[in-house]
Design a protein around this ligand. Structure first.
Ligand code: PGA
Length: 235
């Protein structure tokens, strides 16, 4: 299958910036035939506008653990599916850190599955765990809440690599990717995320068992993101 390139815009961009960024990506992929499957994950309030303007594939950065009701401030998986989202990121380390997301991950995944949203489930160890050789143990625990669902995407995002410019060795990423794949009976796509940019993508592309990338900071620059996407042009 072709590579999956997921742009995680996090809590960035006003509406105009979001329109020009998504518009730029759209124009680029209309002109250059790109084999990669590109998924744009903007902030909630921008998804519907972008969806109406540009025929890209969209994802959300989170969803509620409940289906509807008195959950002030939350956005349900059903609402996301209703406005055309196809993917949802669940368990990103920033959500685990700042919003105590660990307690509701299972329910969020259930909600996503019920509404046919493809889950991009994030796992990754902290710097301390990495240094003390506990990466696999942490990842195993994080994966343990997942059932064997079809169409699952797992993003390996070491917490210490996110937004830091640090990236694990290719052999380390390859080891984690094979571990993740061996955990599930059904086919699972494994992405790498954490300081992916237009300078290191070619090195990362040498990792044979990766199915794509979750790109944060570099996806906010049209120039950098299309440089990454441009690597997957059909000849
Ligand atoms: P980064 O973020 O590319 O800025 O490191 C990746 C992510 O958090 O998904």
């Amino acid at each position: 299958m072709s590579k999956l390139l997921v742009a995680n815009w996090k809590m960035n961009c006003n509406l105009n910036d979001a329109i020009s960024l998504a518009g730029g990506v759209n124009s680029y992929i209309e002109v250059h035939k790109i084999s990669a499957r590109i998924v744009i994950c903007p902030s909630f309030p921008h998804i519907a506008t972008l969806q109406n303007k540009f025929p890209l594939t969209y994802g959300a950065q989170n969803c509620a653990f409940a289906s509807n009701g008195a959950y002030t401030g939350e956005v349900s998986a059903e609402m996301l599916a209703d406005i055309g989202c196809r993917y949802v990121i669940i368990g990103h380390s920033e959500r685990r850190q700042f919003f105590n997301d660990e307690i509701h991950l299972k329910q969020k995944i259930e909600q996503a599955n019920k509404n046919n949203l493809k889950v991009i489930f994030c796992v990754g160890e902290s710097l301390n765990d990495y240094k003390s050789g506990k990466s696999m143990e942490v990842i195993e625990r994080q994966l343990s809440i997942l059932g064997d669902v079809s169409g699952l995407v797992v993003a390996y995002e070491p917490v210490w690599a996110i937004g830091t410019g640090l990236v694990p060795k290719n052999s380390e990423i390859e080891g984690v990717a094979s571990y993740i794949k061996s955990t599930f009976e059904k086919e699972v796509e494994v992405l790498y995320g954490g300081s992916v940019n237009s300078s290191n993508i070619e090195t990362l592309n040498k990792i044979i068992n990766l199915d794509g990338y979750l790109v944060g900071g570099a996806s906010l620059s049209l120039e950098h993101f299309i440089k990454i996407a441009g690597l997957y042009q059909f000849p």
